[in-house]
Ligand binder design. Structure first.
Ligand SMILES: CC(C)(COP(=O)(O)OP(=O)(O)OC[C@H]1O[C@@H](n2cnc3c(N)ncnc32)[C@H](O)[C@@H]1OP(=O)(O)O)[C@@H](O)C(=O)NCCC(=O)NCCS
Length: 171
């Protein structure tokens, strides 16, 4: 990795944690965190393809040289969640998670903000995500950042739970 790339990926420090762009070397740790923290899992190829597609919005949190959290997003084109009949460029927050012992320290918020910045830097008009209706902490985080619940997706998850579809307008 060259020095320019290192400088480019160090985004900020929060409570002793480094928030920076993910690299291919970080992917194994990211996949481990996903397996430990969420029921929705993906193939290694999928993680790699998101990192290739939009590295600006694939961000990790690190402390003592260990990756402890991540956010990864996709770029899509589709109908606006805000404007009738509008066709827009949308960022999709595919997954965000922190290991349990690192929660409640504003790291999730920092990951979301950098993910949003990454989507904005690619000229996304909006961002959206799905979240379990029972996931009070995540819903509260998204609301805090200005996301609105646009609809309820019935039985969205494999176990039958509904999802809140939440979205944020960027432009
Ligand atoms: C959701 C998650 C990423 C939040 O990260 P975090 O670092 O713990 O959250 P932060 O410390 O940055 O908190 C930011 C805001 O989130 C909300 N929040 C976080 N934890 C909360 C809790 N336990 N209860 C209620 N609200 C909470 C609050 O609005 C908080 O702002 P405040 O402290 O000013 O009130 C983290 O809890 C997590 O990894 N959860 C498991 C995986 C998951 O559910 N991912 C989301 C899938 S859609």
């Amino acid at each position: 990795m060259d020095i320019e790339y290192c400088l480019q990926i160090a985004l900020r420090k929060v409570n002793g944690y480094t928030i920076r762009r993910c690299t291919y070397e970080d992917l194994k740790a990211v996949i481990d965190i996903n397996l430990k923290t969420l029921p929705e899992h993906y193939t290694e190829y999928f993680f790699e393809s998101l990192l290739r597609e939009i590295p600006e919005a694939f961000i990790i949190a690190e402390i003592n040289n260990a990756v402890v959290g991540y956010i990864m997003c996709k770029l899509e084109f589709g109908f606006s969640n805000f404007r009738k009949l509008g066709f827009v460029k949308k960022g999709h927050v595919v997954s965000i998670a922190l290991l349990p012992e690192h929660r409640g320290k504003k790291i999730g918020e920092a990951l979301m903000i950098e993910g949003i910045n990454g989507i904005s830097s690619r000229k996304g008009d909006e961002i959206y995500l799905e979240v379990r209706t029972s996931n009070v902490s995540a819903i509260s985080l998204y609301r805090k950042l200005g996301f609105q619940t646009k609809s309820i997706l019935k039985s969205y998850y494999r176990d039958g739970e509904d999802a809140n579809l939440m979205a944020l307008e960027l432009s």
